[in-house]
Design a protein around this ligand. Sequence first.
Ligand code: ADP
Ligand code: ASP
Ligand code: MG
Length: 418
Amino acid sequence: MYASLPKTAPIVQKYGGTSVGTGERIKAVAERIARQWRDGYHHLAIVVSAQSGETNRLVDMMRSVNPNASGVAYDMALAAGEQVSVALMSAALEAQGIKALPLLAHQLGIHTDELHAKARIRHIDTDLIERGWKRGAVAVIAGFQGVNSDHEITTLGRGGSDTSAVALAVALKARFCEINTDVDGVFTADPRLVPSARLIESLEYETAFEMASLGSKVLHPRCVELAAKFHMPLIVRNTFTSDSHRRTRIMPQSATGSLEELVVSGVTTDRQIAKLTLTGLRQDSAVISEIFQSLGELGINVDIIVHDKPHADQSLRLGFTIASSDLAAARKVIAELAASKGYDSLNIVAEGGLAKVSAVGVGMRSYAGVAGRTFNALTSQGIVIHMISTSEIKISVVVDEAEATRATQALHREFVGD
Ligand code: ADP
Ligand code: ASP
Ligand code: MG
């Protein structure tokens, strides 16, 4: 598998939730790692996620005792899933006769900023890993978690173990970062929604980042961002395949070797969308900037914004989308702001149950007509478009969540083909 790699090169492998989802799977992964160790690759750093479903279970448990739980206790609970996986993987390696060094983020030193549930990694100490390697141990590291300067456990946002792995690959100066998951790589659409989706063999960072940000769950967006920043190639592959050629390589465009860019590389689906519509506001731009500033301070990402300039005698109407998980916090902060500033006429309408479907491709830059084709592909299927937004390399539509799969299939058929 690593034929051209010197045996002393650091190797970072990340295994996701399904890959460690059962005892049998953990044993199978441990066997793979043990084979590599016996082949002479001794500088192994293995990042693991919580077992599939475990983080959701922990979130639900937290919500059952406090629906608005956040902060230190929330992150401490969520990070627990990775702790169990690290211990299980280490024990499974030891059962293979391989020494293991289990490491949680606060033990190793995965230092993050202060923001709970959305922390960003600042620095990773690699000393313990390197010391472990010297005594012949495979380092097994908890993904998703970090520690802040107050010694509190933080988490990186859902799906964040990918980012832990890339940050570690950068810190250890690995030549690439291997993301092992339950599909063969990045496909032209979620293969669970579009059975005819095709594996993308190589992809440049920019498209991979857009796809990840727009909801293709296979990679955490910040992992791609970090990889691009440090020119760290990513290999996305299926944990349980031995075919080393079936995978996606993500790298700078110059290295992908593609001369002709596809108009659309992939279609993504993000089901967790909510829309807030604010009405009754005075035409006072300070109000809008205050609202967006407060949302920003909470780490709430505002996505598609619709803002029509009203006639002189009308009040302002502002619509924007956010992640459903941010809806309660966003409503609260806007209501508090309105109360403290005396915006008595402000009316907030929240709409959940929406999804965003997007077509992504750097080839869109030099291709006109994507919007027309998108409208046609969806309206011909009777799918109602709530909002639409375009950028240089993507077009996104907001539709009812119930229509998300049909909309994804329609755009895939239109731009990628069946
Ligand atoms: P892991 O637990 O290994 O991190 P995830 O569940 O986070 O895995 O991500 C893998 C899943 O992402 C796949 O099972 C697939 O359903 C989904 N997915 C969504 N979009 C894509 C895509 N474009 N290509 C591949 N998988 C995708
Ligand atoms: N366990 C975390 C989650 O479910 C992190 C991850 O799987 O990457 O979001
Ligand atoms: Mg994941």
